[in-house]
Design a protein around this ligand. Sequence first.
Ligand code: 5AD
Ligand code: SF4
Length: 516
Amino acid sequence: MADLKVGHYSEAAERGQPGMAVPQGETFYLETFGCQMNDHDSEKVAGVLLARGYRQVDGPEAAKVILYNTCSIREKAAQKVFSRLGELRPATGDQRPVASEEERSGELRAAATRAQAGVPVPQKSAQPGMVVPREANHPSQRKIVNAGGGKIIGVLGCVAQQEGEGIFERAPWVSLVCGSASYRKLPQLIAELEAGNRRVTGLDTDTDETFETEITRRDNPFRAYLTIIEGCDKACSYCVVPFTRGPERSRASASILEEVRQLAEEGYSEVQLLGQTVNSYADPSARKMRFSELLAAVAEVRGIRRVRFTTSHPRDFGKDIVEAIETHPTICDHVHLPVQSGSTAVLRAMARTYSREEYLEKIALMKAARRPISITTDMIVGFPGETEKDFEETLNLLDEVQYDSVFAFKYSPRPNTPSLRMPDAIPEEEKGRRLAILMDRQREIQRVRNERTVGETFEVLVDGKSRRENQWSGHTSSNRVVNFTSPEQELLGDYVQVKVTMAMPNSLVGEMVGRT
Ligand code: 5AD
Ligand code: SF4
């Protein structure tokens, strides 16, 4: 929604800051793939560049610096970046296709090819863990850009961390490769390129720093994201994140609370605390706030009306978090608690550190809460060795938990991960079949659950306006999307009461009945 892309950054950032070596009018283009952590990292990267005097442009054609913030969680996401880099190939360059290290090694090539035939996962935006398609990325809207002409091309994020200098080999027109743990160094790296260096990298992950910046250029004017913990120490056997984002590092509670206060002063009423395992937060300061205490403290900041957090890991999810939700109406009644599989045997092979029964105990805590909590999850089908019976257990977990939304993925073998070497790989076609069955079953659950909301009234934060007259959209506290009618002229950013008149599997339809 183009009308929502209102940049929130300080005037200082817009003007640039004293002593910068950036020639007036230098431009950058930044495209983001992957999860909300990446989206938010990009907001910070943009903030840093704006502070150095750069100007952001909408397409790579007009940009001096072209940056891709990349995702490697699944093979398809990683491939996308290499196809983008192919589009930037200088006219006289090598015409071979741009392949990733893992593809060239042949290890994953077969799986990647078969994946083309699989059932596509529906892509949703603004949800954890998803590869979000952006309108501007549609092939019909992209032009091939010649990387010559002094352009600086950089690969950031998880593919950068994973492939490292190998990216220079396959795409020699790239001059900057930087993983998320090194973003603090970005201005310095870009300065080195400006000074004439041909290639620079930032690939350390053994840093205890978190990427805090003075200036964050925020894309969403209604929901402000804050990373409170970076990296992951969990080591699930299928996952690249511990390699690409490094070990867990938490940000001091006082610094988080100060930023929340600033955001409230700037007019944000909704904040979302981010982390790969957000509830594993461990305050490094002497205050030693627990995650649930931090949630409560954020919820008490004057002006904050909604606090969200994602993604939670079941192992570190306890009663104290449910109690914080119960006692603070400003903490949203939604928990995203990825289960990955309903079978204890598969969970063990995945090294998830909990059994089906232990996961269900966490669900029971939420179901016993004094106000209803909406629960969503991530699931992987076709993990090596997953039997038909294991898969059945995942299906009946859907029935048992009654999720409001499920992000389901076919298992994708990833470089360096322990599961890469596990026996009994599931054929791609079978993974597709299981995924389709799972999605059908969940769609029906959502249809019935949403149907039950017809006639109820919800508080909605209005964050979208349709081109059609009187049509608006927003989110409930439980993160449901509501499309509704109202004859009012200006509602963006307001909290309104909407009565649900109709339900779809993925959204609700209603009419505004008042303000709050
Ligand atoms: N294959 C498929 N899905 C994966 N995820 C993480 N790694 C893989 C993989 N190798 C999924 C998990 C996680 C979400 C963000 O992505 O479900 O929760
Ligand atoms: Fe990956 Fe597991 Fe860490 Fe989540 S908890 S980021 S799935 S290793």
